[in-house]
Design a protein around this ligand. Sequence first.
Ligand SMILES: Cc1cc2nc3c(=O)[nH]c(=O)nc-3n(C[C@H](O)[C@H](O)[C@H](O)COP(=O)(O)OP(=O)(O)OC[C@H]3O[C@@H](n4cnc5c(N)ncnc54)[C@H](O)[C@@H]3O)c2cc1C
Length: 441
Amino acid sequence: MRSTDVVVIGSGFGGLSAAKQLAKSKVPTTLISATPEHLFQPLLYQVATGVLDAEEIAPPIAEVLSGYDTVDVVEGYVSALDAQAQVVTYETAAGTEQIGYKKLIVAAGAAQGYFGHDDWADRTFSLKSLDDAVTLRAHLYDCVQAPLNDEAAHTFVVVGGGATGVEIAGQIRELHDRFFTDVPATVYLVEGAGDLLPVYGGRLSAFAREKLEASGIEVLTNAFVTEIGGDVVTVSGADGERQIRSRTVVWSAGVQATPLAGVIAEATGCETDRAGRLLINPDLTVGGRADVFAIGDMTSLRGYPGQSPVAMQQGRHAADMIRGKTVTGTAFHYLDKGSMAVVNRHNAVVDAPLGIKLTGFLGWLTWLGVHLFYLVGFRNRVAAVVSWFRSFAGSKRPGFDEVGAARTGAETEAVEVRDTIADQAPGRAAAATREQEQSVS
Ligand SMILES: Cc1cc2nc3c(=O)[nH]c(=O)nc-3n(C[C@H](O)[C@H](O)[C@H](O)COP(=O)(O)OP(=O)(O)OC[C@H]3O[C@@H](n4cnc5c(N)ncnc54)[C@H](O)[C@@H]3O)c2cc1C
């Protein structure tokens, strides 16, 4: 059995920042991930609505870390942990493998949560993975092709008025206003709280609502989806129940930890919260183990938000303790640099430190700059700038060119891309199989 100093699980924001930080001290590290890419999740909604191409937000993790000699990248789905023996078990195309470690950092992220209605996963679209975004994009294309009197095809319900819900609802509306201009669309945004973007509140929430409503989106707050059956979505609110005929429900209302959180909890004796997230110690260690760290969306600590800066800062903190730059056992404290969400073209809200709040075009420019800065890889940044220019200055949607071309060959691009990914990504295929098995059992 192979062994290394540090095993990092996950190629998202947390795993990547931990691996890069460990490389600064040339700590031998193996990063294992179920997916072959580093996915920039905040821009998934732009892939789904054709603004960006999938590869612009998902560079291969092996390529991103190719300049880091002490980091080895392995594609595999981690299925078991023996914390006593310090051994991780993972599935690859070649079969089950194991690797020993001295320290382990787990950053396996979160999945969509359905508040006890797990069957809704099959009836809704989510935006967690690249496959999700490509699948939704192909579906939106199909809706546009449907007869104009097919009400369900031209009605879209977005559930969850947080940043992702606001962004995807705004873009679906804009898609029809600026690109598929001869096709009607009715867009609903359903939020259980009293306002959109509840964590922002006040002026920023009000701005988002005002802009979305002005664009024609019907915003339903204090409202909950209570049933999704066939082409009908039932929404209950203060003014009673309403039924909406729609074939497109985009779910962005809840999260739950990925299955690996349960495996780690069992192996280390760590408690979990209602969403299955690990209740980690202040120094990011798990349960009674000083050699196992968990970070990012799969964890819960002091109510920190499930956002990329938390995962990145935690990744660096854990790595710094391992490489001796920070004293072992030091509590992690999140440095909040602010949050932002796009409402629609040229409109964003920014909640920055020192009480700075930006809206409108200034907020949008700030959003653009920050996302360019954090997008991984120079080539991706250039490609994104070109796509943004075509979409926001012009009225093109580069992503739909591909879908349209693929559709002339009858098979959906989503299916093609999924098959290609499954072929090239043994870890992802193993993950899909395992999740299928879990949902059956
Ligand atoms: C649509 C959307 C929009 C968002 N917008 C914003 C935003 O605007 N601003 C912001 O700050 N944050 C945003 N977020 C949140 C942000 O993306 C997350 O907080 C961040 O990705 C968390 O990083 P992570 O490393 O914990 O997990 P992830 O980035 O999700 O990475 C998890 C990794 O673990 C791997 N993995 C999972 N299970 C296994 C396993 N068993 N074995 C091996 N590998 C495994 C996955 O393949 C993946 O590589 C958004 C999220 C979504 C979904």
